[in-house]
Ligand binder design. Structure first.
Ligand SMILES: [Zn+2]
Ligand SMILES: [Zn+2]
Ligand SMILES: [Zn+2]
Length: 145
């Protein structure tokens, strides 16, 4: 945990930002809830438990900053709510998601399965791919039982 906080701190410093206590509290909440896909409001409620003085606007700004610096990715699963998701360490591209249409669970695929597709797109469309979003909608293994 400490090591990952340090890494994020370095990313902020490289872009001339400081890891203020409020920003750190936000980062810790994201790390502690890494498997979840929290909305800004969810993050705010959890940060507030640690730092009651923090305001929603501060949390919003921190999340936007972290998104800009590619520490987190912002994702929308079609319900109109922006969610914040930590980028996997060393991952060049954003991971993929499996969204269950029955229970709403969101699972992750960490491997980037798109290598060949990316090559084809780059070749056929002369398009330099920087990132992608891929969400599969279906029925999760729990709901299939
Ligand atoms: Zn995710
Ligand atoms: Zn990729
Ligand atoms: Zn399910």
């Amino acid at each position: 945990m400490q090591e990952r906080i340090q890494k994020i701190k370095d990313q902020l410093h490289a872009a001339s930002y400081k890891l203020t206590p409020q920003r750190e509290a936000t980062v810790i909440v994201l790390l502690e809830n890494e498997a979840d896909h929290l909305s800004a409001e969810d993050v705010y409620l959890k940060v507030k438990e640690k730092a009651p003085e923090i305001g929603l606007a501060t949390v919003y700004r921190t999340l936007e900053l972290l998104a800009e610096l590619k520490v987190v990715d912002k994702i929308n699963f079609g319900d109109g709510v922006a969610r914040f998701d930590l980028r996997k360490e060393g991952a060049e591209h954003f991971h993929h998601h499996l969204v269950c249409m029955e229970c709403g669970a969101v699972d992750e695929i960490e491997e980037d399965l798109l290598g060949e597709v990316e090559l084809k797109v780059e070749r056929d469309y002369n398009f330099k791919i920087m990132d992608h979003r891929l969400t599969f909608h279906g029925i999760c293994h729990r709901c299939q039982r």
